[in-house]
Design a protein around this ligand. Sequence first.
Ligand code: APR
Ligand code: PHB
Length: 420
Amino acid sequence: MPDGQALPKLAFIVLRQLNGDTPMSTTRTQVAIVGAGPSGLLLGQLLHKAGIDAIIVERQTGDYVLSRIRAGVLEQVCIDLLDEAGVGQRMHKEGLIHGGFDLLFKGARHRIDMNKLTGGKNVMVYGQTEVTRDLMDARQAAGLPTVYEAGNVQVHDFDSQKPRVTYEKNGQLHTIECDFIAGCDGFHGVCRASAPKNAIKEFEKVYPFGWLGVLSDTPPVHHELIYANSPRGFALCSQRSETRSRYYLQVPLTDKVEQWSDEAFWAELRNRLDPEAREHLVTGPSIEKSIAPLRSFVTEPMRFGRMFLAGDAAHIVPPTGAKGLNLAATDVKYLSNAIIEFYQDKTEAGIDTYSERCLRRIWRAERFSWWFTSLMHNFPENGEIGQKFQDAELDYLIHSESGSRTIAENYVGLPLDFGD
Ligand code: APR
Ligand code: PHB
């Protein structure tokens, strides 16, 4: 190193070790999971249920993970998986079963009766924060290892049969020797970024607007969700319980959350609703307010030797179709089954087909989320005729049973064996 330049922190720790100053630790487990969001925690729980050891390494604190407000619409596949993981009790007690939702356009609301159109299927409204909390509580109750505030997490040798994960904590360099690495570290994680550039292809579409979201302890404006297409922009009325509501407004990407007072938010939401909803809207102070960008993103493949990507680490959907958590759950279902088969049935069939099985479902959900986003949001670049096309498509969909069914069956989630 040139004189005067500070040593990189990791190098410093290794050097101190060479001088015998800083203890290094080496731990052995079967699966090293990077990321303690819903994907990592659910995978850890399903592996534990099968008697497979896993260590989760998370760069943030548990409170920080819980502070992130995300969508909360669960498909039946996700509900069943949480039950299988043994964490469904509170979800069934507090979750809200929804058999339909409203589409609002040209100032009028029209209900999509999902339950009737899909032969009895529903969704459950239960916040992702609560799913994460239930999984965290279950992991803690089982005394399973989760390392929070892990610094400089790195993945190594995943193209061999002896992959490793290293991280820094309390001035120590820690190594986890494992059989598999599960990259559950989200869109900005280290695992996808560590895949060989010549082995990965990324597909991305960034939308020219964001979602300004507000959480408020006010009763929901309606007992089901309202998706609104208005010439002023998209709006969504959602909920967390009978006393807590979640609202979103489409805003320009240039907007900053500081520009939006609560009063301005409520006034603009009113402008995008129908008269009945305006009359029933109960406003109050925001307990969380943030702007999130919208993108469609998919990584192919999702497996790199002994490292597997799952959830947001591999794909992102615009939240319009509420698919993010549900796709993560399906990835974790396929990955946990594959790893369990490897150890119990001594077969690599599951891990060899993991990527293909996930991507088929992912692309279907990406397509629906892109289509629903394109239908419901305002695209100034499309001119007034663009609004006319959207109004005409919505008018067709609500008056066509097959049109309404295509929305309903995608929203509740296509069966796992769809198209087989
Ligand atoms: N080392 C360790 N942990 C990391 C690293 C890293 N280098 N990078 C990110 N993480 C952690 C994040 O702090 C986060 O807690 O990985 C976790 C990833 O969690 P999520 O981003 O929530 O992704 P996932 O678990 O796949 O859940 C998908 O979350 O973003 C929503 O809409 C999405 O509902 C979907 C769900
Ligand atoms: C939410 O409740 O946060 C939510 C619901 C449905 C969506 C997106 C977000 O499509």
